[in-house]
Design a protein around this ligand. Sequence first.
Ligand SMILES: *Cc1c(COP(=O)(O)O)cnc(C)c1O
Length: 386
Amino acid sequence: MRNDFLPFHVPEIGQEEISSVVETLRSGWITTGPKVKQFEEDFKHAIGAKNAVAVNSGTAALHLALEAVGIGENDEVIVPTMTFAATAEAVVYCRATPLLVDCSPENSNIDPSQVERAISAKTRAIIPVHFGGQPCDMGPIMELARTHKLAVIEDAAHALPSRYHQRMVGTIGDITCFSFYATKTLATGEGGMITTDSDEHAERMRLLSLHGIGRDSWTRSNQHDSWQYEIERPGYKYNMTDIAAALGIEQLKKCHLFWEKRQWIAKMYEEGFENIPEIRTPSVAEGDQHSWHLYVIQLELDRLRISRDEFVDLLRQANIGTSVHFMPLHLHRFYRETCGHRPEDFPKATALFERIVSLPIYPKMTESDVQDVIDAVTRALEAHRR
Ligand SMILES: *Cc1c(COP(=O)(O)O)cnc(C)c1O
């Protein structure tokens, strides 16, 4: 057993990030300014999107995206139940109703056939979540959206860098939302980015991200009276700081390198668990790219004498940190009580929740760290076989 505890996640912050932040601190400009502009430019080139708008969280990104496509009262937005709080919460911000949908039979992503069944006359948008970094089956989702005239807002909080049928996530739906929260594949502490090919959506989200103040309109006409501004409509306080952007610019340069490291860890796990029938490892469809933000294994509980929680405890005793992503929304009190959801309403997500465990996967891990995880998992399962 390892002597020290292996945390579930540690962000990879190098000297480049530290120097970049210090330079910004010394520059005299610490809130939204030249670094944010540069980060947006770098990001849109990395993704291949026409526009990128930086914000202060992935949640803010989702909220602005929904506002941009005009979601409001009496509208319904389709959201997977297997996701983080933010996805549905952003819909509630707009006074609209999140309609939960179950997982596909293959993985934790939203099931397109169930999306089709959930569409009503009130439905205005779909938010597919690329769970763990595995791209959703976007083909059928985009087709449904076209047929029913729905907006597609992708929650890509886990999906940097992911590809669906070779295509970069961030260039597929109408608007894509990324998160740079501390544990994500690109981390600025808190932060987010929105990509879209629509100039109109981008302009609207940019306006709303800072109090609805039309910066461009007054800077163009009042070059010398720079105190002047005009509120075009009430917006939000969602702008990214130059401090966060300074971190993001350097993290983005390493994004591919980080991905290669996670890919290597995923491969080691895949090979290490090959002959263990008690777990199912994630699989990636041909032509797709998994970002490997999360490495989620499924326990074959029928073959085991322990529950998922007991398995997590055994790993903690072996000094291995793990996590569970996620408890589906329909099992949380708010959605239970306001929507009257029961566990059996979403049988796939409910069953999946009982058996999922996220293993550590981040660039700071060494080969022996990965081997320690494989050994601890193997030992825990072998000792509790049925
Ligand atoms: C992290 C996350 C978000 C929100 O991101 P924040 O930057 O923390 O606001 C949204 N959706 C999913 C699936 C997430 O995991």
